[in-house]
Ligand binder design. Structure first.
Ligand code: GTR
Length: 445
């Protein structure tokens, strides 16, 4: 009997351990994708309905470009401004001016021209300023003159995007990062080139493009306090929780900054402002999409793993949710967006309509297989479900019925998508595809 009892206990113990092990495994499993307690499996996605981008608020259906551009598109822009990102204060700034602070026509061992430009947003130099870094191919652009441009904001200062000791080290506030050598909220010398892999500058330049970048924190620091400093202060933005419900947040400010850089490009004879691809990774991909939606001057928009509040449909509540993003980053979106915490089904729009706002200009959405937090399928659907808008312009969009398989990029007429292996990141696989697509939609024949 005692032996039996022991045996019993052993069974109980082994069951218990099996339970603990499997619980731990599922926790790490979830941890590989993102925090536990969120949906990471397709069969857990609750039923949801997405809105038809062509259905107006009065119930009528858009059938032509004119009605789209004069009625439905402004309606959608208004909803995204009011309910999601907050309103962007209008247009160009009379006092904005700039100065080229450095130029090296034989940078990166002669492979590129490097220029640094300081942009001041006001006439007086005490106002907010941002430091733009540009690399472009050396020599004359020939039939490609002036150079088409890739433009994106960066996370850790301009010096992080290339192994080039001559780039000015960012003096600005930065989120702490032991991995990337940000110490006491400042970039150190060791931050040089930490994100070089994310920018592939030599490759981009060798393929005949200029590439320009600016630290997002020059526009608005990536924290609540940022809203009342720099560009936020210039527009008298209120503190994060004191904002009017439709006042902008950091994503709105970053998108605004991308448009101001475009204002600068229009005045730079070496760059072609009519052929600018605006791109961004993750939170900066959200900003790139919002910039592309508001500013028709961007000829191509690239969303790299932009996830919730970017290309991914919110109503799938897969991975990051509206409640979670508003909780973790209360300063990114408008206060109104919090009305949809745990109530995604009540959203009057979804992110496919953000992409539809960019049509007929091309949009490239890319996902990473392990980046479940950003919901790869939701990102694909964000692109796919915007197709009716492209159809108004006689374009097919992606032109596929199913989500493309791993490493089967689809470069369609107006929309492109790929899913690559690996984690939340941007690497040479992504860049090679973006360049291939840009060759098609931006290069002169
Ligand atoms: C995460 C956030 C995502 C994404 C990401 C990033 O913490 O939940 O929405 O923006 O950061 O920017 O890398």
């Amino acid at each position: 009997m005692p032996a039996l009892k022991g045996c019993y206990l052993m069974i109980h113990f082994s069951r218990f351990f099996a339970f603990v092990l499997s619980a731990a495994a599922s926790l790490t499993f979830a941890a590989n994708f993102g925090p536990a307690g969120f949906i990471y499996e397709e069969n857990q996605v609750p039923p949801y309905t997405t809105s038809d981008p062509l259905r107006c608020q009065d119930g009528s259906l858009v059938k032509d470009v004119q009605t789209w551009e004069n009625k439905r598109r402004p309606e959608l822009l208004e909803i995204f401004s009011r309910e999601v990102y907050g309103r962007t204060p209008g247009g160009r700034l009379a006092g904005m001016h700039w100065e080229e602070t450095s130029v090296d026509r034989a940078a990166l061992g002669g492979q590129a021209v490097r220029r640094e430009i300081t942009l001041w947003f006001t006439e007086n130099k005490n106002g907010p300023k941002a430091r733009l870094l540009i690399y472009q191919p050396p020599g004359n652009a020939g039939k490609h003159a002036p150079w088409p441009v890739f433009l994106g904001l960066n996370f850790f200062g301009n010096q992080s995007v290339a192994n080039d000791p001559a780039i000015t080290l960012s003096p600005a506030w930065m989120r702490p990062s032991a991995e990337f050598h940000v110490v006491e909220n400042r970039a150190t010398e060791k931050t040089r080139g930490v994100h070089a892999g994310r920018w592939s500058i030599e490759t981009v330049v060798a393929r005949g493009y200029a590439t320009a970048t600016l630290y997002c924190g020059d526009l608005s620091e990536d924290r609540s306090e940022g809203l009342v400093r720099d560009v936020g202060a210039l527009f008298k933005t209120k503190a994060v929780n004191e904002r009017a419900p439709d006042e902008w947040g950091a994503i709105g400010i970053w998108a605004w900054g991308l448009s101001r850089i475009m204002d600068y490009f229009e005045n730079d004879p070496e760059l072609d402002a009519s052929r600018v691809a605006v791109h961004g990774h993750s939170r900066l991909g959200k900003a790139a999409l919002w910039a592309g939606a508001q500013d028709p001057r961007f000829a191509l928009v690239i969303s790299n793993n932009s996830g919730c509040g970017g290309a991914a449909l919110s109503k799938r509540i897969f991975g990051e949710t509206v409640q979670r993003i508003n909780g973790s980053f209360p300063f990114w979106f408008a206060v109104n967006f919090r009305n949809y915490n745990g109530r995604e089904d009540k959203l009057p729009i979804d992110q496919h309509e953000l992409i539809g706002l960019i049509a007929p200009r091309p949009v490239y959405v890319a996902s990473a297989q392990e980046d479940r937090w950003a919901d790869p399928k939701g990102e694909y659907l964000g692109a796919k479900l915007s197709e009716p808008v492209y159809a108004l312009y006689g374009k097919t969009g992606l032109g596929v019925k199913e989500m493309p398989a791993l490493h089967y990029p689809v470069h369609g007429d107006g929309l492109a998508y790929h899913l690559r292996a690996g984690k939340h990141d941007i690497n040479t696989y992504d860049w090679t595809r973006y360049l291939d697509y840009a060759d098609r939609v931006l290069k002169k024949p």
